[in-house]
Write a protein that binds this ligand. Sequence first.
Ligand SMILES: [Zn+2]
Length: 259
Amino acid sequence: MIARSLAVLFAVVPFGALSAYAGADFVLHPELKELRMQAHFIYYGSGFAADSARIATEEIGRMWSESPDGKPFVVRVGSEDYDLRMEASYEIVAEADVRAIAKANVDPGVQFIRLEKGGNPGDRSFYYLSGNCGVFYESDELGISTTAAHEFGHGLGLPHPRVVDWRGKGRPPVMLPRGCLVDAQYQWDPSVPAGKPGGTVKPHTRKVLQFDIDNLDLGHKLQFDVEGRASLGRAQNTILGVSPQRSIDLDDPNSPWIE
Ligand SMILES: [Zn+2]
């Protein structure tokens, strides 16, 4: 029996309605001048707190909808500017059922996330680049560290920025990886010199910036159908084993993944 708890955040998008968009995870609303990015997260795993699924999904939906200055993100499609809004929803499924669900999925907007407690050496959340699957560890401080939003960015096809020294550039973008240099107020410890222990980016200070949105290059990548729907990424549907970092090569050797 499938124990499904379904929750919808930020917008009323029941799972059934989202499935009807099979293959589409972006919808243009010309009358509202809005581009909606939709993702539905399916969590499976062992021993995680149910609240972690909600917290991670909320973080992703919030961060990819809100710029630091409160203005909407802007995406140019053709000759028009659209406000970007994210609609994120989630459900938790039993590990015994997730493979069948993934096998039937054709929608890259549906994400399959192994959720684990973590805390062991090597347990670092990751995502497949331009894929729809990965693993989140509770030990990565889901909901406050911006890790879930960062990993989802990888799923959207974003690598880490080429610049690893972000000093003088202000707030770090969400895709800046751990270990990068930033202005003092964004460090783990603002009082230490850059590069010394504590002198690297504190992920909690990252925000999705228009910089990250521009890097998605949505205006060029999205091919809209007559109904204004498009998708990004692929329905890779990889289901990860219990020790993802150790089983990854066996799972999908041809697919790049990134922390
Ligand atoms: Zn990363």
